[in-house]
Design a binder for this molecule. Structure first.
Ligand code: T4K
Length: 398
């Protein structure tokens, strides 16, 4: 483990992780189980289109979340795409800017207008008071995001939605396995959308799902997922291809089998990061707490302004070591195209988001990260902060 400032790669030492330490290394379940499932689908010669494994995965997801319906999809973005169409949304939809750009793109892709709302400074999720201020006569829905794998302010958002007769959906891409007031994420809104991308807590290589208690919505989602086909040669709606393959479902089921193991690894890692960084000046671990229902899938650091290094300087120092810490979700959706051009003054209304996008840094976690890796990352952060002036000078030379 690095013990002196001179050991830092930015100051000429050898990189701690020449093989690179990523944020988002996939959690893998039992390889034999995956192979068994792949062998079965091979024998069945049934590879996609509402296959046996997809149905099994949907049922398992219903059992886990308590939702009446689950519609598995090819990825989380496709799930959002068909949801906004199946729900018949129009006009404006209120969402946070502090999220992955895919959340906003799914709305704009369907001709809706994303209205970016500021977030709460502690939870980093939609501030219900600000949401209410943004409701207009064109608003059709609120799309919350369970950022960092935790659900917050669901009751408050539900009250706003009810007062103004709006649909309430959640982008739960990060949040499989999380709970809100003891209830599993999956039936907190009128519908919730999961991502099972390789980098998510549960993965199906690529994949997603929508859970809902609404029978009519679920039926329409199934139609839209498959080109609008109601029968072999009868198309009754404008659909697309958002189907999950059997190979993806095989991985999804195998991953789901190991969820408790993944949750435990995340919780353990988070405790270790908190402990090791407790005395490091200028950085705070602000991840939502697994003891309060979060799934712990993101280790989120907030870097305070002050004498220490900035977030970007710390990130550069970590990258020199081979630690690919990520600036999720810099610079905020409002600063990406096409939104930046359309709403040039959006930043003025998003002061908390603007602060977070310059301060937040995500660190590696999940089952691919060892205790030794965490200790090394924390040692690097501590040394870099303790030698902030010399590190900054060195970075400035480049
Ligand atoms: N809503 C929200 C709130 C989301 O965060 C996302 C996706 C969505 C909606 C849309 O869901 P999907 O349509 O994606 O299902 C990643 C993911 O691509 C994306 O799924 C995710 N959110 C987003 C937060 O992160 P990148 O560009 O940051 O990931 P990438 O490809 O750089 O991967 C991260 C690291 O993981 C890499 O450094 C290497 C490592 N990695 C990655 C893959 C794919 C591996 O080691 N193995 C792998 O197979 O977007």
């Amino acid at each position: 483990m690095k013990a002196h400032a001179r050991d830092l790669a930015v100051l000429g030492g050898a990189p701690a992780f020449p093989g690179l330490l990523h944020v988002g290394r996939p959690n893998l379940g039992n390889r034999d189980e995956l192979h068994r499932r792949i062998d079965e689908l091979w024998e069945r010669r049934w590879l996609t289109n509402d296959g046996e494994l997809v149905r099994e995965l949907e049922q398992r997801l219903c059992d886990y979340t308590g939702a009446r319906h689950c519609v598995a999809t090819s990825n989380g973005t496709a799930a959002l795409d068909i949801l906004v169409r199946a729900a018949g949304l129009t006009g404006e939809v209120i969402l946070p800017s502090f999220t992955f750009v895919g959340t906003a793109h799914a709305l704009a892709w369907s001709g809706l207008e994303p209205v970016f709302c500021d977030v709460d400074p502690t939870t980093h999720t939609l501030d219900p008071g600000r949401v209410e201020e943004l409701v207009s006569d064109r608003t059709s829905a609120i799309l919350g995001v369970h950022l960092w794998g935790a659900a917050h302010f669901v009751d408050e958002l539900r009250s706003v939605a009810t007062r103004h007769s709006l649909a309430l959906f959640f982008d739960a891409a990060h949040a499989f396995g999380a709970r809100y007031k003891g209830q599993p994420v999956g039936r907190l809104g009128d519908a919730e959308v999961f991502s099972f991308h390789a980098t998510k807590i549960v993965n199906s290589f690529e994949g997603g799902a929508i859970t809902t208690d609404d029978d009519a919505l679920a039926a329409r989602l199934r139609l839209l997922r498959n080109f609008g086909f109601e029968d072999y040669d009868r198309v009754v709606d404008l659909g697309t291809n958002a189907k999950m393959s059997e190979a993806s479902a095989a991985m999804g089921l195998t991953s789901l089998d190991a969820l408790d193991h993944f949750l435990a690894a995340n919780a353990r890692n988070l405790v270790r990061y908190r402990h090791r960084l407790a005395d490091v000046a200028g950085v705070r671990v602000v991840s939502p707490d697994p003891r309060e229902g979060a799934n712990g899938h993101y280790v989120v650091l907030e870097v305070d302004p002050g004498p220490g290094l900035t977030r970007d300087e710390l990130q550069q120092a970590l990258w020199k070591e081979g630690v690919l810490a990520r600036r999720y979700f810099y610079p905020g959706c409002h600063a990406h195209e096409p939104y930046a051009t359309r709403h040039a003054d959006a930043a003025r209304h998003l002061p908390v988001t603007e602060k977070l996008v310059s301060r937040v840094l995500c660190l590696p976690t999940g089952t691919a990260v060892t205790e030794g890796d965490i200790d090394e990352v924390c040692a690097i952060l501590a040394l870099a902060q303790a030698s902030a002036d010399v590190v900054r000078r060195q970075l400035g030379r480049r």
